[in-house]
Each structure stands twice: as structure tokens, then as C-alpha cells.
Design a protein around this ligand. Sequence first.
Ligand code: ADP
Ligand code: MG
Length: 262
Amino acid sequence: MCKVISVSNQKGGVGKTVTCVNLGIGLAREGKKVLMIDADPQGSLSISLGFDEPDKLDVTLGTILLKVINDEEFDLSLGILHHDEGVDVLPGNIELSGLEISINGVISRETILKQYVDRMREFYDYIIIDCMPSLGLLTINALACADSVLIPVQASYLPVKGLQQLIKTIGRVKRQLNPKLEIEGILLTMVDNRTNYAKDVASQVYEAYSTSVHVFDTEIPMSVRAAEISAEGSSLYVYDPKGKAACAYTALIKDILRGGIE
Ligand code: ADP
Ligand code: MG
């Protein structure tokens, strides 16, 4: 059975894309068939996986969504690229930002991505969606087609307010569009345990959320190597296999494969 995980937080720069890369590739290293979808007009996931100029690609998520909207037939392999660490990738680019505006008047505008993702489920064990930093229609589409949401939270700033808004939106999507949507968990990223501030943020997140939302025991440490991978086009498992960030992502994947600990 395929599991669809959306990696979401409307705040930018919290580690969504780096988490997607290492989550998707990490699952592939465990023998899983993985499709990664770039649902951010900035194309950061595509770039991080080595597809350097997503705006020059002929077929991207934007193309596929337009075909869904227009009820056009297409081959399900359309637009799928392959990364040499064993994952398939549907890239995204700037076209998504125009599309987000134009789908406003479309019937079932919240479930366009779902129509595509549901057809792809039979080919994969995991589909990982990298969301853009907003709670706009594209993110709603990503939540509406997901089985779970993974929420990266940067440990170096007080995230409580933005998180409440995100969790409220997830609740609304669950009630109105996708009753089986679950929160996979909150993942603290860029944790610098040398600073008291990071410890404060971590304990605040635990205090505020751990009774209602799973907070992963695994934290992703601050790591220069992690920040470098987007320019390398590879995962941490190749770029810095023995590093603490790679080890943390490996531990996260073990958690997720176990089905999460409540
Ligand atoms: P988002 O997708 O939420 O905008 P990114 O994954 O692009 O966030 O990360 C934001 C920035 O922080 C990027 O420059 C990235 O390279 C860097 N970064 C991500 N994870 C880490 C980490 N564990 N340690 C240090 N830098 C990181
Ligand atoms: Mg990103």
C-alpha cells in the first residue's frame, strides 16, 4: 500500500526541502519505491535533486495539473525524472504559481493534485510532496491528497503561532476534504544543542503540542553539510554519510517505517 506524505510548513526556510530529499532517498535506500513531487513554484526540490534549471523543463507538475483540469488523457510516466540515488521525481517550476491563481475558478480546485496522486499510488510505496511556503491552494491540494503531513519546524525561532495556524488548516482539510489525513509528526530541524535558545524552542514545542500531535524524538541537527546538499544534487547519505544529519534522517526514517510512535 502506498503512503503519501506531504512535507508542509507555511514558513519558508524551515528545512522542508532538505527533509524531503533525505526522507525520499532514505526510504528508497530501505528498498521502497518512492516518487517525490515538487509542489513549490521555486523548484527547490528539483534543483536539490540536480535538475538545475526547472524553469526550462518541458513537462513538470504544472503541465500534469493542467491536463487533469482539462480532462486530457496522458501517460502516467509523463514528466517523471529519475535520480540516480533511486527515486523518481516529478519536478515543479514557476508555472505552478500562475496555475495556483488560475485554478481558483476550477471545479474541485482543492483536489486536482489528488486526481493525479491517486492514479500514481499503485506504482509506489511512498509519495513525498514538497510544499511551498504558504497555505494557498497548492498546499491545500497537497494536504487533500496526503495520508499524512510531516511538519518541519526550525528550532531557532519561536514557531508556536505559525504552527497553530498550520494545524488548524490541517484540521479543516481533514474535516472537509480528506478525513483520513493524519499528522505524521513535528520534526525539529536545524537544532543547535549548544544554544539554550534551541533547547527552549524544543521544550516549548513539546509542551504546546506533544499531547495532541506526535513530536518526533529524532531531531535534525544544524549541519553545514546539510546546507550544502542542494548545490550537490545528492542526499546526505552520499554527500556526508557519517555525518550527524545523515544519521538523524536515518533515525527519522526508522520511526516512520515503524508507523510513528504515539
Ligand atoms: P524550506 O524548504 O522549508 O524553505 P530548506 O530545506 O530549503 O527549507 O532549508 C532552508 C535553508 O536551511 C537552506 O539553505 C538549507 O540548505 C538549510 N538547511 C536545511 N537543513 C539544514 C540543517 N539541518 N542544518 C543547516 N542548514 C540546513
Ligand atoms: Mg523548500
